[in-house]
Design a protein around this ligand. Structure first.
Ligand SMILES: *[C@@H]1O[C@H](CO)[C@@H](O)[C@H](O)[C@H]1NC(C)=O
Ligand SMILES: *[C@@H]1O[C@H](CO)[C@@H](O)[C@H](O)[C@H]1NC(C)=O
Ligand SMILES: [Cu+2]
Length: 411
């Protein structure tokens, strides 16, 4: 039911090779798992966003991508850019058995930021800016402020609903679904044709502040403006450069809440290391060595705990400003950060076929219940409620025989 055919030789974490991105970075040894994941009975729930895109990709990508790969086999680094997909195209039945279940090449490719062409970066930025103009989908009584947009719904939901998943088992599946909703919004509301992008911080661990993701032209802008006063949290100042800052080149992301507190503010950052020195970020927990150690952890509960506490927290607390609290998704970098975390979970899962359905720990932040694959992933009524099992496999939508698995993306 859940075939996994990937195999390979790499065991330690290897950062994306930016000049050779099609190298098989997803290849790892399969260890013998000690834990046998419960096989839950999979039953019916359909999601708001998923259907059309999935069906359209399968048909379009199988055709387009198949031809493309045949003739551009050596250039897959750029092969998914610019392949037109029309998320609004009419739904077509997936012919059963039309493709081998292992063929996931049509799944959306998520790429590292610096491997995108400049045009691809600008296209992603355009789509995010477009989300800022889409109407909010929050329903009463959650539509608290007049200036909400689809973009600001995400930090709102993260702070009101998502916070409960931190420090517990659903941290990874909840964010995986949240990212899927964001990716779907970019594609369906803003005509974006690619996948989410990730920031492989290991490439910048020597000095995170120099990362290309902070570039004002081909990135998300830099640190808060040191000429301005600290106005958000411990070190946050308004970002005044880049496409989302309050400067002349930016659209000026404007947050309404800081965590759950109503506090209208500009997009803010305040680079800060562990000692409280401003303008610098400590990268020691996001080196390739550190990530390699985390990927070697056995057992989902220990893995998620360490990934969140040691790896995930480094970036929010280092970038600070909006990023260091539960309204972090006001900062568009949030999505690059979490897409990388999600990718690490995927890499960890791929090391052992049993791990794809491995799930354990506490059911929620304030819960002593044991986590189960049938636990709900809640979005406060803003998006369809699904079950954890539906997002365990990132390519599940192509393999599932009952249509319940949701996702279809690659790295
Ligand atoms: C919230 O939604 C209700 C019902 O659609 C609407 O009447 C109200 O004006 C909305 N409030 C805000 C602040 O947008
Ligand atoms: C909404 O936006 C307007 C114009 O940008 C601003 O003056 C107002 O303070 C904002 N209101 C809230 C509740 O954020
Ligand atoms: Cu979070």
């Amino acid at each position: 039911m859940w075939p996994f055919d990937r195999s390979g030789s790499k065991k330690s974490y290897r950062p994306v090779q930016t000049d050779d991105v099609e190298d098989d970075q997803n290849s790892f040894d399969f260890d013998d798992g000690q834990y046998t994941a419960p096989k839950s009975k999979r039953k019916g729930l359909v999601t708001t966003f998923a259907g059309f895109a999935g069906v359209a990709f399968i048909v379009l990508f199988l055709i387009v991508f198949g031809i493309f790969l045949t003739s551009h086999n050596d250039r897959s680094q750029t092969s998914t850019e610019g392949i037109p997909t029309d998320p609004s195209s009419p739904s077509t039945e997936i012919p059963s058995g039309s493709a081998p279940s292992s063929d996931t090449t049509h799944c959306t490719l998520r790429r590292e930021w610096r491997t995108l062409e400049t045009s691809g970066k600008h296209e992603y930025i355009r789509a995010v800016q477009c989300l800022l103009k889409q109407p909010s989908q929050l329903q009463p009584p959650h539509n608290l402020t007049a200036n909400s947009t689809l973009y600001t719904d995400f930090p709102f939901i993260h702070a009101r609903i998502g916070y409960r998943t931190h420090n517990s088992a659903p941290f990874l599946p909840w964010h995986r679904y949240f990212l899927h909703l964001y990716e779907t919004a970019l594609r369906e509301k803003c005509g974006y044709t690619g996948g989410l992008v990730y920031w492989d911080w290991t490439l910048d661990a020597a000095d995170l502040t120099k990362s290309p993701v902070f570039d004002p032209e081909t990135g998300f802008g830099g640190d808060g403006d040191s000429d301005l006063p600290i106005t958000l949290g411990r070190s946050g100042r308004c970002v005044t450069n880049g496409p989302f800052g309050a400067g002349p080149d930016g659209v000026g992301v404007w947050g309404q809440f800081y965590d759950v507190k109503f506090l209208p503010h500009c997009l803010s950052r305040g680079f800060r290391d562990d000692q409280g020195n401003l303008g610098t970020i400590d990268g020691s927990t996001v080196t390739a060595e550190s990530i390699g150690e985390v990927l070697d952890i056995e057992g989902y509960e220990d893995f998620v705990t360490t990934l969140e506490g040691r790896v995930h927290d480094a970036i929010p607390f280092g970038v600070a400003g909006d990023f260091e609290t539960f309204t972090a998704p006001y900062d568009p970098l949030f999505y690059l950060h979490h897409t990388q975390l999600d990718r690490l979970w995927y890499i960890w899962q791929q090391r052992n076929p049993e791990r794809v359905m491995e799930y354990s720990g506490h059911e929620g932040r304030h819960s002593i219940e044991s986590a189960k694959l049938t636990d709900k992933i809640k979005m406060g009524g803003w998006a369809e409620e699904i079950e954890v099992r539906q997002v365990m496999d990132t390519e599940g939508a192509t393999k599932s025989d009952d249509g319940q698995a949701l996702l279809c993306y690659r790295h």
